[in-house]
Design a protein around this ligand. Structure first.
Ligand SMILES: NC(=O)c1ccc[n+]([C@@H]2O[C@H](COP(=O)([O-])OP(=O)(O)OC[C@H]3O[C@@H](n4cnc5c(N)ncnc54)[C@H](OP(=O)(O)O)[C@@H]3O)[C@@H](O)[C@H]2O)c1
Length: 309
């Protein structure tokens, strides 16, 4: 499929940290309708993946060539506390979007997660058997299986530890940064959780580039390399020039067991074996991506220092 200015791309759940990158990557090259339930940008239109009728009406009206479903509840603790909402958004929502793709015969992209694995192995390739531990992981895995069963022209891309989106970043990097900005000079960080960081801008660029091939199927898609949360925090502190001002106290996951009570795999390291073998692995090394992403936070620190003078 060649993406041209006439290609119509419908995006659900585009108001989040990955949506920002996907919208930016696609908007100048084709005709995009970006939707979400959280209208945090002027370019977003309202659409709820749980509402099959309303969604179908909007998608049918737009008549897209490609549907990208990014919509999800991504807070694991919220999903444990609100399982009905998690199932309706992450599983039924995925099924609704797949059904619409099937009815309108439109190519489909679904984003899955390393959280579908149980973490017993250190590395997971595209062929390893999922065994999700959390409600979030279970509902996302249901989404994968549904897309796979219902459609033939689909891509499922499994992401790892997402980083990107700056103010929209709800995950580790921004959580660390918020503590630094609040004046904390000692951070507790775990070293018993392993994974593969996934830079939203590389991920969005990869989706865009892979769309030109008809290599449908399931793919692990993360940055190159792997690490622990501690490694990520150290790299980030050094990249923003705070490694001499902020220290890290290494703790294990029990330390956060009240705050982060959802079950998480010990290892979520993904190997992007299929992308690599098919010569369509466009993600860069996680350290290079983190250093690039850190420039935004460095700038915020500079502006803050100017304000404090
Ligand atoms: N973040 C990660 O670490 C990570 C890792 C692996 C895979 N993924 C997957 O990547 C995809 C994109 O997630 P993200 O990282 O961009 O997370 P995000 O920032 O939470 O974005 C998800 C967006 O979906 C919206 N949404 C929630 N319920 C919806 C509904 N019923 N209908 C339409 N939109 C809805 C959210 O709105 P609200 O903000 O109002 O909830 C949010 O704007 C998801 O499929 C996620 O499962 C994420």
């Amino acid at each position: 499929m060649d993406i041209t200015y006439d290609t119509k791309v419908f995006i659900a759940g585009c108001g989040g940290m990955l949506g920002e990158a996907v919208y930016k990557r696609f908007v100048d090259s084709c005709n995009v309708l970006a939707t979400d339930i959280d209208l945090n940008e002027p370019w977003l239109e309202y659409a709820d993946v749980r509402d099959l009728d309303g969604m179908l009406r909007l998608v049918r009206q737009f008549d897209p060539d490609l549907i990208i479903n990014l919509a999800a509840l991504t807070d694991l603790e919220y999903c444990e506390r609100n399982p009905d909402d998690a199932w309706q958004t992450n599983a039924l929502g995925a099924e609704n979007m797949a059904l619409i793709s099937q009815m309108l015969d439109v190519r489909h992209v679904y984003i899955s997660t390393a959280g579908i694995f149980d973490g017993q192995q250190e590395f997971y390739n595209d062929f390893d058997e999922p065994n999700p531990l959390s409600i979030y992981g279970k509902a996302k895995y249901y989404g994968e299986r549904t897309v796979e069963k219902m459609l033939s022209k689909y891509f499922i891309f499994r992401a790892g530890w997402m980083m990107g989106g700056c103010e929209k970043d709800k995950k580790f990097i921004n959580k660390i940064f918020k503590q630094i900005i609040a004046g904390k000079n000692k951070l507790a960080v775990v070293d018993d959780k392993l994974g593969t960081p996934t830079y939203t801008y590389d991920f969005a660029d990869s989706i865009f580039r892979i769309m030109q091939f008809d290599y449908y199927g399931i793919y692990n898609m993360t940055c190159k390399g792997s690490c622990s949360r501690y490694d990520v925090a150290m790299e980030f502190l050094s990249a923003i020039g705070m490694d001499d001002k902020v220290t890290i106290e290494v703790v294990d996951s029990d330390y956060f067991s009240k705050e982060y009570f959802a079950p998480r795999p010990h290892s979520e390291k993904l190997v992007s074996m299929k992308l690599d073998a098919r010569n369509i692995y466009y993600m860069r090394d996680w350290k290079q991506c983190l250093n690039e992403y850190s420039q935004h936070f460095k700038q915020v620190l500079k502006e803050q220092a100017v304000l404090e003078v």
